[in-house]
Design a protein around this ligand. Structure first.
Ligand code: B1M
Length: 213
């Protein structure tokens, strides 16, 4: 098994220390950081994403795989300065104002990162204007809004309205998700996409940006 396969295998078998060690080995062998990310970490995460989509693995496994990917990225990232790896696009993501749930949102963020997107994670309880500010600061193409409680669904609408009022609605695609959210609700809100889970979110974001799924 070559070192890139070792990295993939470490992500697929949920072993953060092994992924970190394999990334260090890859660097010492002179592999380019970009190849380590694309052909090692992201390739491994894509396999896990596929298994998640087919219900062969579940949330805990995906979270550990994402942690393994992060362990590898921590070694490689310092060498990727000046965005040597061109991200597929920038996604600003957050849990809506009034809502403290973040496990699902974190999973979506990790899977997007694993798929090669630059993710700006605003965390929980995110005010509409914070989304606006982050889109402007990061020239984001996509906004992801998560909500887990029925009471905070109106905050999703307020966030979309804030983006409209700031004149940003045409330049960003909006994806919404979370347990109380549905396709019908997303349509009513005027969002561009809804995803039921993290793997579907990656596919929807790629679709919205015209990238191959
Ligand atoms: Co809370 N909670 N909680 N809670 N909590 C729920 C959501 C609830 C359904 C439990 C229940 O009553 N049965 C209920 C909401 C009811 C409702 O409004 N319909 C509820 C409530 C009421 C509350 C409090 C109000 C309780 C209280 O204090 N009285 C309070 C709210 C505080 C607040 O937010 N203001 C509260 C607090 C908490 C904890 C802090 C204890 C904790 C959160 C910890 C954390 O997130 N760091 C918590 C938890 C853990 C839950 C449950 C048990 C699990 C949520 C979760 O993490 N699921 C939840 C019950 C449940 O869902 N079974 C519940 C796992 C996660 C991977 O799934 O988040 O659905 P999920 O994310 C999925 C998809 O939805 C989707 O992809 C993810 C991955 O597949 N997805 C997206 C999510 N965001 C997306 C965004 C996208 C696309 C897809 O695009 C941008």
């Amino acid at each position: 098994m070559n070192v890139l396969e070792q990295i993939q295998q470490g992500v697929i078998s949920y072993k953060p220390p092994a992924v970190k060690a394999a990334c260090e080995l890859a660097l010492s062998e002179g592999l380019e950081p970009q190849r380590i990310v694309q052909e090692g970490l992201i390739a491994g995460m894509a396999v896990v994403g596929g298994k998640f989509r087919r219900n062969e693995v579940f949330v805990p496994e995906v979270m550990i795989a994402a942690r393994a990917m992060q362990a590898g990225l921590s070694v490689v990232k310092p060498l990727l300065s000046h965005s040597e790896v061109k991200a597929l696009g920038t996604v600003v993501i957050g849990t809506v104002k009034g809502d403290m749930h973040d496990i699902g949102k974190n999973l979506v963020a990790m899977m997007l990162e694993g798929a090669g997107f630059h993710v700006v994670d605003l965390g929980i309880n995110t005010a509409p204007l914070r989304f606006v500010q982050a889109v402007q600061e990061n020239a984001a193409q996509v906004v992801g809004i998560s909500s887990l409680i029925t009471n905070t669904l109106p905050s999703m609408k307020e966030t979309i309205q804030a983006l409209q009022q700031a004149g940003l609605r045409r330049q960003v695609k909006i994806i919404v998700g979370g347990a109380p959210v549905s396709q019908a609700f997303a349509d009513k809100l005027g969002a561009d996409a809804y995803a039921a889970d993290a793997a579907a979110a990656v596919d929807k974001v790629k679709e919205m940006l015209g990238l191959a799924v």
